[in-house]
Design a protein around this ligand. Structure first.
Ligand SMILES: [Zn+2]
Ligand SMILES: [Zn+2]
Length: 140
């Protein structure tokens, strides 16, 4: 796992320090998108400013992407290998209104929307809301 993390970091042009490897490993441990608070909670021993700085570094290098799911806290998820976060590379996200978890729907691309004249699109955030499969199990 550490070797894999080092490879991924280097590929994105990030120097693989032990703290960055630890944080990336923690990110891979989530089965859903995570918030800064989720990371801080799991990485109790790491100080908060380091967590926040690392998130920003990873974002800059497009190792992770951010998701505004409307819950009030920004979520993050690790990008797929080869993702460059360009418009034609973005996918839809799903937010469960019962458990509040947010997931990447990597196989559903955001439909191409043509910018009206005079506008330049930089990013799109498409979040579908509903109930996840785990919560549906308990709903019936
Ligand atoms: Zn749920
Ligand atoms: Zn995603």
């Amino acid at each position: 796992m550490n070797d894999l993390c080092i490879k991924i970091l280097e590929k994105r042009g990030i120097k693989p320090t032990s703290i960055r490897i630890l944080i990336l490993r923690t990110m891979f441990g989530f089965d859903r998108a995570f918030s800064m608070t989720d990371l801080e909670y799991t990485l109790e021993t790491v100080d908060k400013s380091t967590v926040s700085r690392t998130i920003h570094l990873f974002l800059e290098h497009k190792l992770i992407h951010s998701i505004d799911d409307g819950s009030g806290s920004i979520k993050y998820a690790v990008c797929n290998d080869g993702c460059d976060c360009e418009l034609d590379n973005l996918h839809v996200h799903f937010h469960c209104r019962k458990c509040g978890k947010t997931f990447c729907l990597e196989n559903i691309a955001i439909p191409g929307i043509k910018a009206p004249e005079g506008l330049f699109f930089e990013s799109v955030n498409l979040v579908i809301k509903g109930i996840c499969s785990e919560c549906l199990k308990f709903a019936t």
